[in-house]
Every structure is written in C-alpha cells, then in structure tokens.
Design a protein around this ligand. Structure first.
Ligand SMILES: [Zn+2]
Ligand SMILES: [Zn+2]
Length: 511
C-alpha cells in the first residue's frame, strides 16, 4: 500500500470505469426495479459484478461513490440470490473497500494543506516536534525552579470541595486560557503555522502559538491563541497584529481571548493506594521526558525515598508528578490523553483532573492505556531522508530512466538530450539542472509516507460516512458534505459538547 499508492484517484463518478460487461439475462432492461431502492434513478449507480465461484449467477457490488449501503440494501439490490453464508463476506469486502476509498479521497483532498502536512509529512512534522521538544526542555527548567522556590504552595490535586481562587492559582495551578492571550479565529487551510509564527516572532513578549485541530464545520479552518509574557505586551500585540498581513489573502484580526468553556474540573473515583499512581506517573514522566530529549529529572524520587515519607508528603510528591505531566507533556494521567500543549489539554480535560481520597476498601483500577503508552515508547522512529531506502531506490530508478547510453563513453540525458562522457556526470547533471523533476520523485515518496501515517493514525480526521438511504437521492447531494444534524446517526466529533471523545474511524457495525 505504502509504495504502490497512486495519488491520482480514478473517477468513481464515471460509471464506465466500474461497470463490467454482464450477461443479457442481468441487463437492466429485462429486470423490473421494484426491489431496488434506487429505482428512481438507476442509471446513476454504477455497479460491479463478481461471478460466483460455482458459475451460477453473480454478486452485484455497489459503486463506491455515493452512500454506504446497509447489508439489507445490499441484499435488496441483488438480482439473483446469494447464499447467505457468502453474502456477509461479500458485503464486508464492499464495506472495507468503501471505507478505504473514503479515506483515500479525504487524503487527496487535504494532502497539500498545511495542517495535514504538519501532522503527517515526515520532515515537517518532525520539525514541529523538535520545536515542541525545545519548548518542553525550557518548561521543565521553569517547573523545577518553581518547585524549588515554592511557587506551587498549596498544590492539591484532590477532591476537596473547596472552590479554587482563580484558574492558575492554588490548589490546582491550572492553565488560564484567557490570561495574556490573544485569539485568532478562522485561519484558512492554506496558511501554515510557520507563516503565522513569522509574523508573531517580531512581537515584543511573544511566548507561544497554539493552534486548534481543523474544524470540519468551518471548512477545516483552525483557531489559534497567542500567549504573551505580560499584560502590556499582550495589549501591544493586540494593536500591532491587527490587520497584519500573513499571506497574500489572509490578514490577522486578533481579539482578546474570552473563553468561558474551560473551567470544569474532573474528578476520579477513589482508589486503594497511592503507590501505584506514584509508580506509573513516574514511569510516564521518564518515558515522555526521553521522547523529548530530557534525560534528567530532579523531580523524581526512588521508591525507598517515597516509602519513608509521611502520607501528606507522599500526596504532594504525586501532585507534583501529575502537575508536571500536565504542564510539560500536556498529558492527563487520569484521562490518559496527551495533547499538543497545555491549552489544548485544558480545553479537552479541564483546568484540573483531581483524584478521590485514597481508601483501602476501594478497588484498584489502572487504565491499561497507561502501561501501553509506557511500553510503546520509542516505537516512533525519526525519519531520515538520507537513510530512506525506498527513496534512494526511487531516485536511482529516476536516474536510470533518463540516462541513455548511446555509445561507449557517450551518454545522453533523456530529459534535455544533452550528451555526457560518463553516466556519473548525468547523475550530477540531473541533480543540478533538473531539480524540479528530482523534487517530484521526493514529493511522491513523501506523499506515500503521509498516506501511510494518515491511515495508521487512530485519531485521524475524516469526513463522516454518508449512508445510503431509501428516502434520499444521495446522487443528488454534494458528495462529501457532512450530513445534516437531523440525520440521526451522524455525530459531529468536533462538537464541543463531546469534547472528550477521541476521533475514531466510523464504525459501521450498527448498520
Ligand atoms: Zn483528565
Ligand atoms: Zn538534462
């Protein structure tokens, strides 16, 4: 899949590509369409046939364009009966192909957009990761300093029933999404993170830029937040950034951040002992630190040191570890979710996620995803273009394709027809004179990696699957528009009311 994928997708709207010749006895003229739910418009549904192995009839495989048929609809459109034992297999196969095609179409539509490239392009996503790693190192130094200087006095990530004074103060030391922050709305899909950063880096007191996931309901536009180091710089930024040109057709129009949605505090049911939480959160810290190139952490203590502490200090040690996971790694220990930054964590989890009191009679429950996360560390390999064997094979093929030997010591570049004494000169010539063509080979390889990464991403964004519906002429609708809210089985995963839901590929098992 990774290597053979051809980015130019066939036209699924063109019935002639998919309809195979079929016998006269199955021809539409001779069959009444009363059982077909699309009888109002049969010609718009290209079909495919698979001959049954015993030669007695064929299975009609619906087109992958339009909506997904339910098993019932799939069976209703068959002209001849299929043994039920085989029907489910054919249907599953159709469903799988439909889903795959859906993802490939989404990929083709978005692969050139910055948000998609930032996420999946091996080189660009790495560049961004490296920036996040640098940021984590800086944040770690600040955090450790703050612990030493007792800046977290009164920290308690436990359900106390006392209302916190302010979002970023004791006892939770959460993240205040409005403090020193400008909000940028509707950043179009063709604007990259770095284009915005280029403008922001000239602002006095600029600290960081945070961007949302693309919003499907807003044509994949993104929101962004700009953090400053002081009130004065924030207000100054508001003035200087207003109307600032980022790209030819996009100007900034910042406003002061006024989010009201992140004040919630989640709480966990009680568990039996503190030891387990301390051990796992410590292991998580080590794991996540290493992934970001942090190899020392003075915050962590040994199990022996821990066992000597009185309970109240044990709890404080755990609180520091949990707060560290939130602030440095944007990771909520109890949700077992990690985000791009603390702002996103706050938006999705809340300003704090507190535990119940430890109770020896309570059940121990450890979320298995924590151990999975610890064990799977390091499985993400850095991409290195120079050691990418598939890429060097492709480049070699490219060189061979355009190197034509005419005589001994006489080689022609087949792109510009220039002659050379040796094939090694053509290699250099191609690299210098035919940069665009060489880049085309590299780009194709990068796209293959992007597709592979996209397909393997468990949280990937995709368009909701349109279900074929008897009462709806789906061929008349815009093909990939999100379904309307009145369609009962459509869920908008970007809906803020569902902000804890992870995006999953649509599961069709309910139809
Ligand atoms: Zn949480
Ligand atoms: Zn040439």
């Amino acid at each position: 899949m990774q290597d053979e994928f051809n980015p130019s997708l066939p036209d699924f709207n063109n019935p002639t590509q998919l309809v195979k010749k079929h016998s006269r006895s199955r021809s539409p003229e001779r069959r009444p369409y009363t059982r077909n739910p699309y009888s109002d418009n049969p010609l718009k549904i290209p079909k495919n046939f698979i001959k049954l192995q015993d030669g007695k009839g064929s299975v009609l495989i619906p087109s992958l364009a339009g909506g997904l048929l339910s098993f019932k609809q799939f069976m209703e459109m068959q002209h001849s009966p299929i043994p039920l034992s085989e029907a489910q297999g054919f249907y599953n196969d159709y469903k799988l192909k439909f889903e795959q095609k859906h993802l490939e179409i989404f990929f083709a539509e978005h692969k050139n957009e910055p948000w998609f490239i930032e996420k999946y392009d091996p080189i660009v996503s790495q560049k961004w990761q490296e920036e996040r790693n640098l940021n984590a190192k800086m944040m770690q130094r600040i955090f450790i300093e703050n612990v030493k200087n007792s800046k977290f006095q009164g920290l308690k990530l436990q359900d106390t029933g006392i209302a916190p004074d302010g979002l970023s103060g004791a006892p939770y030391f959460g993240f205040d999404p409005n403090s020193l922050t400008l909000f940028l709305k509707a950043i179009p899909t063709n604007v990259s993170r770095w284009e915005i950063l280029d403008v922001l880096k000239n602002c006095l007191g600029f600290l960081s830029l945070s961007m949302s996931e693309p919003l499907k309901s807003q044509n994949f536009a993104r929101f962004a937040w700009v953090l400053f180091d002081s009130e004065a710089h924030c207000l100054e930024g508001l003035q200087t950034l207003c109307g600032k040109q980022v790209t030819q057709d996009f100007r900034l129009s910042p406003i002061l951040s006024r989010t009201s949605s992140s004040k919630n505090i989640k709480s966990q049911p009680p568990t039996d002992t503190i030891e387990n939480d301390l051990k796992l959160s410590g292991q998580l810290i080590t794991t996540l630190d290493r992934e970001k190139g942090i190899y020392e952490n003075p915050l962590l203590i040994t199990p022996e040191q821990f066992s000597e502490l009185p309970l109240i200090e044990k709890e404080l040690q755990l609180d520091y570890q949990l707060l560290y996971l939130r602030k440095i790694h944007s990771f909520c220990y109890y949700c077992v979710e990690e985000y791009d930054d603390e702002r996103m964590l706050t938006a999705k989890c809340g300003i704090a996620h507190v535990r119940g009191k430890y109770d020896i009679n309570a059940k121990t429950f450890t979320d298995p995803r924590i151990e999975t996360r610890i064990l799977n560390s390091g499985s993400f390999k850095n991409y290195d273009k120079d050691t990418d064997e598939i890429l060097s094979k492709k480049l070699k093929e490219f060189e061979d394709r355009y190197t034509v030997q005419e005589e001994e010591n006489k080689f022609r570049c087949d792109l510009c027809k220039k002659l050379f004494r040796g094939s090694e000169f053509i290699k250099k010539h191609l690299a210098v004179r035919h940069v665009d063509e060489v880049n085309g080979v590299v780009k194709e390889r990068m796209e293959n990696i992007m597709l592979e990464r996209y397909l393997n991403d468990p949280c990937k964004i995709t368009n909701p699957v349109i279900l074929a519906n008897d009462t709806m002429k789906f061929s008349e609708r815009r093909k990939w528009e999100p379904r309307k809210m009145n369609n009962e089985s459509y869920e908008d995963l970007d809906d803020p009311a569902r902000r804890n839901a992870r995006r999953k590929i649509v599961d069709y098992s309910d139809i």
